[in-house]
Design a protein around this ligand. Structure first.
Ligand code: AHG
Ligand code: MN
Ligand code: MN
Length: 331
């Protein structure tokens, strides 16, 4: 690419797909999700003018047991509508207990967190959309669920949009992780960084430290050692950042390194942490590994974990590779 020349997501996907039908299907899905994201970003940007979007909906929690906000559901509806004309057979979503049939002739299954960071919706803090794309072959998979419930290493593409000061798309198609930014003048996503690399070492961690009393010994030990700074066993002073929207914390890590931790803890319902394996941990782990970082549940590489439930949770540590390995060594 010549210096200064801007590459649109459209052009990038066309070039990547070439004439390949499998890649063409993935490109169509990513185009649809990013288009839906632009609409969601517009809603998010209305902030308190659309206060009703931040309201908790009814009394029933979503499939994962979390309170569902209006915007969680609107975001899901927009994604389903956008995927309808694409070769996506089924959609798994945080907001729906069961798989959603999309296009019976489809050759892909997609898993999404339609709105990540719901607790930040009404606070003018970045929220986002996370997606994971897997192949689907009606003849080879016993059921659509079987196609979704595969270890994350089978993903063919993954990414997330973050709706913040800039609307960004961080995407991988299996060879590197790339950052696109929506250009407000033209509306198009432009390639901003190709093949991002997360620095292997870091002095910055992100964790909800208010849960320290609920953590297990390895996790407590790791944070204690970070807090001990230069005088402690780690021999360096650490900094902490925690947005509370994983997409925003992840983008910071893709930009300057760091680690994100959401371990399992002793609170009811948190034995496996908070993040969902199929549509949160897997796509972020795929993006992270493609950016030379690491992702683990403390003991096992995230991408090697065989799911047992669409909405299962998983302890998640991802980011700078050497630091992720250090954390795993505490387990
Ligand atoms: P979601 O809004 O999709 O339920 O995900 C929220 C996740 C993640 O984005 C964030 O890092 C984490 O939950 C925050 O959890 P705490 O509120 O427990 O800190
Ligand atoms: Mn989420
Ligand atoms: Mn969500």
């Amino acid at each position: 690419m010549a210096a200064g020349e801007s590459v649109t997501l459209e052009a990038y996907l066309d070039r990547w797909a070439g004439g390949d039908a499998d890649r063409g299907a993935v490109a169509a899905a990513v185009r649809a999700i990013s288009a839906a994201g632009v609409g969601i970003a517009d809603l998010v940007a209305r902030g308190p003018l659309e206060e009703s979007l931040a309201k908790i909906r009814g009394v029933d929690p979503n499939a994962g047991g979390d309170a569902q906000k209006e915007l969680d559901v609107v975001a899901e509806e927009r994604i389903i509508a956008a995927l309808m004309p694409t070769p996506v057979a089924f959609l798994a979503s945080e907001e729906s207990e069961e798989l959603i049939p999309v296009n019976p002739a489809g050759r892909l299954v997609v898993a999404v967190d339609p709105l990540d960071g719901s607790s930040n919706i009404d606070t003018n803090v970045s929220v986002g959309t996370i997606y994971s794309i897997l192949p689907y072959d009606a003849a080879a998979h016993a059921s659509p669920k079987d196609a979704v419930m595969r270890p994350g290493r089978h993903q063919v593409a993954a990414g997330f949009l973050a709706y913040g000061p800039a609307t960004i798309l961080v995407a991988t198609f299996g060879a590197g992780t790339h950052v696109f930014v929506q250009d407000r003048a033209s509306g198009a996503f432009l390639l901003a960084r190709e093949n991002v690399e997360i620095p292997a070492e870091t002095k910055e961690y992100g964790v909800n430290q208010s849960n320290v009393r609920h953590w297990d010994a390895p996790m407590k030990g790791y944070i204690e050692d970070c807090l001990a700074g230069k005088e402690g066993p780690r021999g360096k002073d650490f900094n902490m950042r925690w947005v509370g929207s994983m997409v925003a914390d992840a983008f910071r890590i893709f930009t300057r390194g760091g680690v994100y931790l959401y371990p399992g803890d002793k609170r009811k319902g948190y034995a496996e942490g908070r993040l969902r394996l199929i549509y949160e941990a897997n796509p972020v782990a795929f993006l992270t590994e493609q950016a030379k970082g690491g992702a683990t549940d403390g003991r096992t590489r995230i991408l090697d974990i065989a799911p047992h439930h669409i909405h299962q949770r998983i302890p998640l540590v991802f980011g700078s590779k050497a630091e992720v390995e250090t954390i795993a060594s505490y387990y």
